[in-house]
Design a protein around this ligand. Structure first.
Ligand code: NDP
Length: 493
């Protein structure tokens, strides 16, 4: 049986619990490998290694740090197909999406390598003569990264690459469900020549390894992507310790379709947003806000297209909808479908766990659409994280925006309209970190800031140049070359 190990101070090693747990393929229940389970001691060793490696790394000129990232980018490129296959086997998303996710990591590696020759600060005029002022970015220190299973390499790349190019060291706890891809990513860092101690992989449960990282006094920042429940708990504890956090959490994203929209285009965007990655994206489309005049027509088009979506093992190139991650997710999704029915929503299509057709050993849920949903219903407010979408009917753009903004999350939103005035008004008024015009709710590009408003996060952004604000401190530097005491605010001209 293949073993997934920890990587601490440049060595592959078992976690000190001595225990391993199986990693399974969600499409068929097959055990792919077993992953080592760590304890507080392993976290401690990883943090100590990171701490001692970081000091020297912070002195390496950023363009030289970037050279390692260029190697990472090229190795990822060479191994793209192999990693995508592993990703699909352990996480379940269809292979095209697996390839797309690895591409995201490649893009991020090239982009952040480029930052090694920028990492810009500012020069700012001093208010005094013969005095020079500037701001420079300095690393934070040891960064703890905690990632979810739904984008196991993309999210890890969004966090580890800007952290490293900025001169930090990393301790990474991947999701228990997807340790194999994490191992491949760390092997690439190793092969690229990243000095030992700068990336440390510690496998194990969130409640043991994740908590130990949050508690550890030598971890200066926790960068977390995952559920709101866990994110809030991390933030509470980190607050007590005055530790920085960058949190990206849930979404309840909506596509608005106005009466003048290209409905066929909207249907494609909705299907891709709602059922890609089996609805397990933080940016998944889980609400469709539709103008009442085109509701019936859009529903007909959705139902006829949904029948063409083949379900199955994501490694089959013809499959469009893969499994959900595990049995617990399957049950949670089914529970929400029952809640929707009890609340009075009408099931248009789907609503069942798939049994038979050779899919009985996997975790498959039918692509599901509810209609006649009202904004107060739980299925319209809570994140389901599965292939379930709710249609809500409205009378105007203003009402659509009100419904869009009525949820606790603020990650992504989309609007389909041919009216440029309405598109710009929506761009201004949709209260989400990401807005799409005439495209679905997913499709972020790595050089733009990624993250959400309200309950989705705590104001930080992954990716884009904004990510550097998470992984660096600002230092203000004043150089007085007047040769005398000059008092700011007093000795001014
Ligand atoms: P979880 O919050 O359950 O897990 C995320 C990570 O946190 C995992 O590595 C998990 O470990 C770890 N963890 C669990 N408990 C603790 C703890 N007490 N202390 C520290 N770490 C802990 O989320 P899921 O993995 O289920 O991911 C799905 C969620 O992620 C959804 O809500 C989704 O919206 C969100 N998400 C948000 C994104 C965004 O950018 N906004 C992007 C992608 C997903 P373990 O695996 O061992 O449980």
């Amino acid at each position: 049986m293949k073993k997934v190990l920890n990587y601490i101070n440049g060595e592959w090693c078992e976690g000190s619990s001595g225990k391993f747990i199986p990693v399974t393929n969600p499409a068929n229940g097959q055990v792919l490998a077993e992953v080592t389970q760590s304890t507080n001691d392993d976290v401690d060793r990883a943090v100590n290694a990171a701490k001692s490696a970081q000091k020297e790394w912070s002195l390496v000129p950023a363009p030289d740090r970037a050279e390692v990232l260029y190697k990472v980018a090229n190795l990822l490129k060479e191994r793209k197909e192999e990693i995508a296959q592993i990703l699909t086997s352990e996480m379940g998303k269809v292979i095209d999406e697996g390839r797309g996710e690895v591409q995201e990591a490649i893009d991020m590696a090239f982009y952040m390598a480029g930052e090694g020759r920028r990492l810009f600060g500012d020069t700012i005029p001093s208010e005094l003569r013969n005095k020079f002022a500037m701001s420079i970015r300095v690393p934070i220190g040891v960064v703890g990264i905690i990632t979810p299973w739904n984008f196991p390499i993309a999210i890890a790349s969004w966090k580890s690459l800007p952290a490293l190019v900025s001169g930090n060291a990393v301790v990474w706890k991947p999701a228990t469900e997807t340790p194999m891809v994490a191992q491949e990513f760390v092997k690439i860092y190793e092969e690229a020549g990243l000095p030992k101690g700068l990336i440390n992989l510690v496998n194990g449960s969130g409640s043991v390894v994740g908590s130990a990282m949050v508690d550890h006094p030598q971890i200066d920042l926790i960068s977390f992507t995952g559920s709101n429940e866990v994110g809030k708990a991390i933030n509470g504890r980190a607050g007590e310790l005055l530790k920085r956090t960058s949190l990206e959490m849930g979404g309840k994203n909506a596509v608005t379709v106005l009466e003048d929209a290209d409905l066929d285009l909207a249907v494609e965007g909705i299907l891709w947003g709602a059922f890609g990655t089996a609805g397990q994206r933080c940016t998944a489309t889980s609400r469709v806000i539709i103008h009442k005049d085109v509701k019936e027509e859009l529903e007909h088009k959705l139902i006829s297209r949904i029948k063409e979506l083949k379900m199955g093992d994501g490694l089959d190139e013809t499959v469009k909808v893969g499994p959900v991650i595990n049995g617990a997710a399957l049950e949670r999704i089914d529970e929400y479908v029952k809640i929707g029915q009890e609340e009075g929503a009408k099931l248009l299509t789907g609503g069942q766990i798939v049994k038979g057709n050779g899919l009985e050993n996997g975790n498959f849920y039918e692509p599901t659409i509810f209609t006649n949903v009202t904004p107060e219903m739980r299925i319209a407010k809570e994140e389901i994280f599965g292939p379930v979408v709710s249609i809500i009917s409205v009378n105007s753009l203003e009402e659509a925006i009100e419904v869009n903004n009525s949820v606790e999350f603020g990650l992504s939103s989309a609007i389909y309209t041919a009216n440029v005035n309405k598109a710009f008004a929506a761009m201004r008024d949709l209260d989400t970190g990401i807005v799409y015009i005439n495209a679905g709710t997913t499709g972020a590009e790595i050089h733009l800031p990624f993250g959400g408003t309200k309950g989705t996060g705590n104001g930080h952004r992954d990716s884009g140049v904004a990510a550097l604000d998470v992984y660096t401190e600002w230092k203000a530097v004043y150089v007085d070359y007047s040769g005398k005491l000059q008092r700011a605010q007093i000795d001014n001209y």
